[in-house]
Design a protein around this ligand. Structure first.
Ligand code: NDP
Ligand code: MG
Length: 383
């Protein structure tokens, strides 16, 4: 019996995690569920999975939730509530599936409380990779990847020695605009950007896929999860999203993990590792797929991927600045405030304007994150 806490239970990853749990409910106990403001959906989850604790975004959300649930569940709210859901229960493993660097505080709290992490919230590792990995190593807890690419690499590395690895090859579908030129990106709508060809995900990560920022975040995530230099992490365009990522070894063997695009597979692997169990996903039928396509990454078409590598290599506060600028720019795009290509301009101008501090502590990182958000919110795009 594994005891779980899920942060972001009403989102795309959160609901798929609950789907995995529902499939094998005798193996799991849900200790806590944390969501933002989708209170009716959370109340339904509480009835079904009977957690001891539930956390929501605000006091008003908590009051609304109270009316919808019986008194046996403790209801908390805000950043402190989220932390309690992460660290204040009997959970063995915490699934971090909130969006953005707001996941950092609760993730660190969960690690300090000795809980393994099922890591979906990549922004946390991007912003504070050195602090999170250091804390995990010190506390002896595992960071189990849920991101499909990292789960693939994790599976390919199973039982291998780090010295034997030449490079990690992260695959990228190319997102909703992969077949458009840069010229054709002018004037694209939010609705078009939200239409991902292979995956159904939350809004923010779908936009990140279209700008290729998602792949940039994943490169930095891989750097921290697998302790790999940036020179040994490459990105390959692969339209079908069937190969979820690969590892090339020094003898020129390449290991790949394949499957239909279904997040329930990597989510479940993080929960059952090192065991494998059946999943409700369709088996992969390569004869139906027929062809798999690969293209070299085009850094001119996707300049934000190059900028992510640069920020990752520079280290210090820069990855946090890159991430915070992106979160702000994407929110502005989703609000209809700026055109799609202005996301690039805002991130580039925010990164340029910030000084880089080497080896920052948590307070300095949070300051850099807040300053980058202020700057990114003020920039009036020219392009
Ligand atoms: P969604 O937008 O679908 O879900 C976000 C979740 O966070 C919701 O449950 C939302 O609650 C919750 N939330 C929002 N505000 C708060 C708050 N203040 N306190 C607590 N919870 C809050 O996102 P995704 O599931 O798509 O993504 C989650 C993370 O996983 C991201 O970091 C993403 O990059 C990563 N990821 C996602 C993948 C995917 O397939 N979706 C694949 C790989 C990684 P509510 O809706 O109730 O407001
Ligand atoms: Mg991914």
């Amino acid at each position: 019996m594994k005891r779980l806490s899920i942060l972001g239970s009403t989102g795309s990853i959160g609901t798929q995690a609950l789907d995995v749990i529902a499939n094998s409910q005798e193996d799991y106990e849900v200790e806590a569920l944390a969501a933002g403001s989708r209170v009716e959906q959370l109340a339904e989850q509480i009835r079904r999975f009977r957690p001891k604790l539930a956390s929501v975004h605000s006091k008003e959300d908590a009051e609304r939730l109270r009316l919808l649930t019986d008194s046996s569940v403790k209801i908390v709210w805000g950043p402190e509530g989220l932390k309690e859901a992460a660290a204040g229960t009997e959970a063995d493993l915490v699934i971090t599936a909130v969006v953005g660097s707001m996941g950092l505080g609760p993730t660190l709290a969960a690690i300090e409380a000795g809980k393994d992490i099922g890591l979906a919230n990549k922004e946390t590792l991007v912003s504070a990779g050195h602090l999170v990995t250091e804390a995990a190593a010190k506390r002896g807890v595992r960071l189990l990847p849920i991101d499909s690419e990292h789960s693939a690499i994790f599976q390919c590395l199973n039982g291998e020695k780090t010295e034997a690895v030449r490079r990690l090859i992260i695959t990228a579908s190319g997102g909703s605009f992969r077949d458009r030129t840069r010229e054709q990106l002018r004037g694209v709508t939010v609705k078009e950007a939200l239409n991902h060809p292979n995956w159904s995900m939350g809004a923010k990560i779908t936009i990140d896929s279209a700008t290729m920022v998602n792949k940039g975040l994943e490169v930095i995530e891989a750097h921290w999860l697998f302790g790999m230099d940036y020179d040994r992490i490459s990105v390959l365009l692969h339209a079908e999203s069937v190969i979820h990522s690969m590892v090339e070894f020094r003898d020129n063997s390449v290991m790949a993990q394949l499957g239909n695009p279904d997040m329930r597979v990597p989510i479940q692997y993080a929960l059952t590792y090192p065991e494998r169990r059946p999943t409700p996903t369709e088996p992969l039928d390569l004869t139906k797929i027929g062809l798999l396509h690969f293209r070299e990454m085009d850094y001119e078409r996707f300049p934000l991927l190059k900028l992510a590598y640069d920020c990752g290599r520079a280290g210090g506060t820069l990855p946090a600045v890159f991430n915070a600028a992106n979160e702000t720019a994407v929110a502005r795009f989703l609000n209809g405030e700026i055109p799609f290509l202005a996301i690039e301009e805002i991130i580039a101008r925010t990164v340029e304007g910030q000084s880089r501090e080497a080896n920052p502590g948590l307070d300095e990182l949070l300051e850099a994150d807040a300053a980058a958000r202020r700057r990114a919110a003020e920039i009036r795009p020219e392009g």
